[in-house]
Design a binder for this molecule. Structure first.
Ligand code: MN
Ligand code: MN
Length: 293
């Protein structure tokens, strides 16, 4: 098994494990931390902080300091990435703690249908069209989120080169043999767009350069040693350094444009959002890398 396959399997097993923990009155932070620990137990590392985005929150949500519980009717997206020496498996699913079957079915079906047409030569717009058709095939006004998309994946690069649209965006780029890609349809009963929300506490190094402040330099070294240029979160640093040091260093690193701070991504119309995602290897018979077995 190569590192892509290993990472995919670890991500899938951790996703499966984490999804079983999502129950009414369970703690969100507890589920996130147990899922991250599972990745380590399987001999991988998180490719990004485990994300749990609930209801109209579409993506980029993790717990840093303030915790809360799952409650009845929550639509819970669990997004898990694992890496093995930078080779990344990225996958997600939605757990329904209420009665939102059609919404959840829409993104799940869209992913299944999209996977069927993945092969060398498939145009990106074709994947988008299949996703859009699968998601809008209902009387409930459910639609894809147009400004969230799948992506290519490279070693230590969670989003590489191209994006895989969730609607027909007319992109004629063709998939190529051997590419690793993530397809991730998002379905919503809202407007079909996300906006930038509050800051998430999720960061990544975007511009590695020297920084004069000793404390910030120490934390930057820790970040590079442990997470390289993959996304990390404040919660992880708080396990290793006192809070005031972490807060100060992150502010400095942000101000110097050494790290990017991701905003949370809520749905613009406060619609409920579901998501499903797999990482795939493009070839004549597509291989789903994020598969537990
Ligand atoms: Mn993901
Ligand atoms: Mn992804």
């Amino acid at each position: 098994m190569d590192n892509w396959e290993k990472a995919g399997r670890i991500a899938a097993e951790a996703l499966d494990y984490g999804s079983e923990l999502i129950k009414i009155n369970a703690g969100v932070k507890d589920v996130i931390e147990k899922t991250e620990k599972k990745i380590f137990d399987l001999n991988g590392k998180p490719a990004f902080p485990v994300q749990i985005s609930i209801n109209d929150m579409a993506a980029h949500f993790t717990i840093n300091e303030d915790d809360f519980l799952f409650k009845e009717n929550d639509v819970v997206k669990l997004d898990v990435g694992a890496h093995v020496e930078g080779h990344i498996g990225d996958n997600a699913l939605t757990v329904d703690l209420g009665d939102n079957k059609e919404l959840i079915k829409a993104s799940k079906l869209a992913l299944q249908e999209a996977i069927k047409i993945v092969r060398p030569g498939t145009k990106l717009w074709e994947i988008g069209e299949v996703i859009e058709n699968a998601i809008t095939n209902n009387d409930l006004g459910i639609k894809p989120i147009r400004n969230l998309s799948g992506h290519g994946i490279n070693v230590y690069e969670e989003h590489s080169g191209f994006t895989i649209p969730n609607f027909n965006n007319k992109d004629n780029t063709e998939l190529e043999e051997g590419q690793v890609i993530a397809i991730e349809p998002f379905a919503t009963n809202g407007t079909g767009l996300v906006k930038d929300g509050k800051l998430s506490g999720i960061y990544k190094v975007v511009n590695l350069k020297n920084i004069r402040d000793n404390n910030s330099r120490e934390i930057l070294k820790f970040i590079m040693d442990n997470y390289n240029v993959l996304p990390f979160c404040k919660r992880w640093l708080l396990k290793n350094f006192p809070g005031f040091k972490v807060s100060f260093a992150l502010r400095m690193l942000e101000k110097e444009n050494i790290v990017h701070h991701y905003p949370q991504l809520p749905e613009q119309g406060k619609g409920l959002v579901s998501q499903h995602e797999h990482t795939l290897l493009v070839k004549d018979h597509v291989k789903i890398l994020t598969k537990a077995d």
